[in-house]
Design a protein. Structure first.
Length: 210
C-alpha cells in the first residue's frame, strides 16, 4: 500500500514549517513508521538538518530527497512506494508553485505562529488548498501559554474553514536547539516538548488513518 503524503505549507516565512516537518517525521519514525522527507524549499533548511543528522548518527532513520516545485509529484510517487509517510517542506509562498505539493498531499498542514500576521497569511494557502479539494489542518506553533495574543490567535483560527489541531507547540528553546543538532525534540528528552510533539503526532497520524 502506498504511503501517505503530508505537505506543510505557509505563505509567511518563519512560521515553523521545517520545525513541524522534522518533529512529525521523528515522532512517526519512533512509532515504527518508515518516513521520507522531501525538501522543495530553495533555502534548504530541511536538507541542512538532515545532513547534520546524517553526520551525527550512524543511521538517520529517515529517507531524504529534494525537488523543484514541479518535480514534487514525481518524487512523492517514488518515495511513497517505500515509505509509510512522506513529509513535504515547501517554500514560503502562496502561488502556482505550491499547487504540485498540494495535489500530491493526503493532508495539508499550515503552521501558524502566535501572531495575527501569521494568521492572515493563511488566506492564500487555504484558498489554494480548497481549490485542490484537500483537507487542511492549522497547527498553532510557538504559542505562549496564558497570553492574550495567543488566545486571540487561537480563537480567530477556530473561525476559519480549515480544521485546527487540538495539540499545539509552545515557544520553547528546545525546538531550535534540537533542529541545530539534527534531532527532533522528542530525542532531547525534554518532558513538555516531548508531550506536545507526541500529542500532535498522534492527532495527525490519526487523521491520516481515518
Amino acid at each position: 500500500m502506498a504511503g501517505k503524503v503530508i505537505s506543510i505549507v505557509q505563505q509567511k516565512g518563519g512560521s515553523g514549517k521545517t520545525t513541524l516537518a522534522v518533529n512529525l517525521a521523528v515522532a512517526a519514525m519512533q512509532r515504527g513508521r518508515r518516513v521520507a522527507l522531501l525538501d522543495t524549499d530553495p533555502q534548504g533548511s530541511l536538507g541542512r538538518w538532515f545532513m547534520t543528522r546524517h553526520e551525527r548518527l550512524a543511521d538517520p532513520g529517515l529517507d531524504f530527497s529534494t525537488s523543484s516545485a514541479w518535480g514534487v509529484s514525481y518524487e512523492c510517487d517514488k518515495l511513497r512506494r517505500e515509505a509509510d509517510l512522506v513529509i513535504v517542506d515547501t517554500p514560503p509562498k502562496a502561488d502556482a508553485d505550491l499547487r504540485p505539493a498540494l495535489r500530491a498531499a493526503d493532508l495539508v498542514l499550515v503552521p501558524v505562529a502566535a501572531s495575527h500576521v501569521d494568521l492572515w497569511a493563511t488566506d492564500g494557502v487555504l484558498d489554494l488548498a480548497s481549490r485542490e479539494g484537500k483537507r487542511t489542518c492549522l497547527v498553532l506553533n510557538r504559542m505562549r501559554a496564558g497570553t492574550r495574543l495567543g488566545e486571540e490567535v487561537a480563537g480567530a483560527a477556530g473561525e476559519l474553514t480549515a480544521d485546527i489541531a487540538a495539540a499545539r507547540l509552545a515557544n520553547r528553546v528546545v525546538y531550535a536547539e534540537s533542529l541545530g543538532l539534527g534531532l527532533g525534540a522528542t530525542e532531547m528528552r525534554r518532558g513538555a516538548a516531548t508531550a506536545e510533539v507526541e500529542a500532535l503526532a498522534d492527532e495527525i497520524l490519526g487523521i491520516l488513518a481515518g
